[in-house]
Design a binder for this molecule. Structure first.
Ligand SMILES: NC(=O)c1ccc[n+]([C@@H]2O[C@H](COP(=O)([O-])OP(=O)(O)OC[C@H]3O[C@@H](n4cnc5c(N)ncnc54)[C@H](O)[C@@H]3O)[C@@H](O)[C@H]2O)c1
Length: 363
């Protein structure tokens, strides 16, 4: 199979879809890999590293016109839609449910769109988890940073001081983002509250952190949001738009200079006042509350993120390359769950229900 790795063009996105080590694995099993010139620079990989691994360096148009499968990090942007071809496999983070324009464009193009974030194995999301863990760890550091007065925050040092309370960090969602955020918040000495629906995830968090976080059911959301110095949005219903758990009115009751980091913004966000931002313009204020809603947070740490990502994606890429798409998804149910669109049909049930169409089948 010919596998293409274009350079990411999203604002301040320095990750790349494959490391030279990933290229080497695919070349060794008889595939051809095309990498766009300078694609790896932001993650610390030179073109020469890819050439040494066996890749050919070329241009984006050449990659899109020759590759059977495009491996990326972020969703294609409008300038990339035009280059996609019917039947081409697109393997990347997609987050289609809140992005109708992209969904329509990919349906029109009749591509086979496999979303990293909906691949599911043993009830886990193995390709979303690593980026979630990075974003979760980052979220608390970002919240702490924006609590500074010069950044518009309330001027609270999140670690506290002897005789002075640390920041209260309230985390909505006890999955990968939520538990990683809790880990860092505990490390910084913050007061930490983690909320989730149901008891199972809260039980796991309680066990993991041995009583160093307070776990609460969602009934407490009004009070906890009001008291938060840093509020982290970390809920997810895979494939669907994020449920809005925090209303504008709840935000209006938060403290002046408190900080919201809505990590779940990529699926629409769990806070009514959330709107997507970028690394070059990451924050805005609503009701004197700072909102950080960057949709590609791990892009700020591309070296770590790219290495982690390829470690997780390469076995799926190798599987598709060796068996072909149809056989691979028939054999591997976790990969099947990643298929969002297939030649113009919406396959993923949660995506289909989010956009109000009947799910199709792969023939
Ligand atoms: N902004 C970024 O750069 C970035 C990076 C990585 C991940 N993310 C996003 O962060 C979000 C969380 O990802 P994750 O890996 O932690 O997901 P996860 O599935 O591990 O955790 C989500 C949690 O939300 C809970 N939940 C779902 N609906 C709920 C509700 N109505 N009320 C309360 N809890 C509810 C689930 O029970 C689960 O525990 C996703 O949208 C993901 O795409 C964003």
């Amino acid at each position: 199979m010919i596998i293409g790795v274009p350079r990411e063009i999203k604002d301040n996105e320095y990750r790349v879809g494959m490391t030279p080590a990933g290229v080497k694995t695919l070349i060794q099993s008889g595939n051809k890999v095309l990498v766009e010139a300078s694609a790896g620079i932001g993650s610390g990989f030179e073109d020469k590293d890819y050439i040494d691994a066996g890749a050919s360096i070329t241009s984006a148009p050449d990659i899109y016109s020759s590759a059977d499968m495009i491996v990326k990090v972020k969703e294609p942007l409008a300038s990339e839609y035009a280059m996609l071809r019917e039947g081409q496999i697109l393997f990347t983070y997609l987050h289609l449910a809140p992005n109708i324009e992209l969904t329509d464009a990919l349906i029109d193009k009749k591509v086979i769109a496999i979303a990293y974030e909906t691949i599911e194995k043993d009830g886990r999301l193995p390709l979303l988890a690593p980026m979630s863990e990075i974003a979760g760890r980052m979220s608390v550091l970002i919240g702490a940073y924006y609590l500074q007065r010069p950044e518009g925050g309330m001027g609270l040092l999140c670690t506290g001081m002897p005789g002075v309370c640390p920041a209260k960090v309230v985390i909505l969602g006890a999955g990968n983002v939520g538990s990683s955020a809790a880990r860092v918040a505990i490390g910084l000495g913050c007061q930490v509250v983690v909320m989730n629906r149901g008891i199972e995830r809260l039980h796991a968090i309680d066990e993991l952190f041995q009583g160093r976080v307070m776990t609460l059911s969602m009934d407490n959301i009004d009070k906890e949001v009001k008291e938060a110095d840093v509020l982290i949005g970390a809920v997810l219903i895979p494939g669907s738009r994020t449920p809005r758990l925090v209303t504008r009115q709840m935000v209006s009751k938060m403290k002046r200079g408190s900080v919201i980091v809505d990590v779940s913004v990529d699926q629409g966000g769990c806070i009514e006042t959330t709107r997507p931002t970028t690394h070059s313009n990451p924050v805005y204020e609503v009701h004197a509350v700072i909102h950080y809603c960057v949709t590609n947070m791990p892009g700020a740490f591309p070296r770590t993120s790219t290495l982690v990502l390829t470690n997780c994606t390469i076995s799926y890429i190798a599987e598709i390359a060796s068996m072909g798409f149809e056989r691979a998804v028939r054999k591997d149910d976790s990969l099947y769950k990643g298929v969002n669109l297939y030649r113009g049909a919406v396959i993923h049930p949660a995506l289909a229900s989010s956009i109000g169409v009947e799910p199709g089948v792969i023939r």
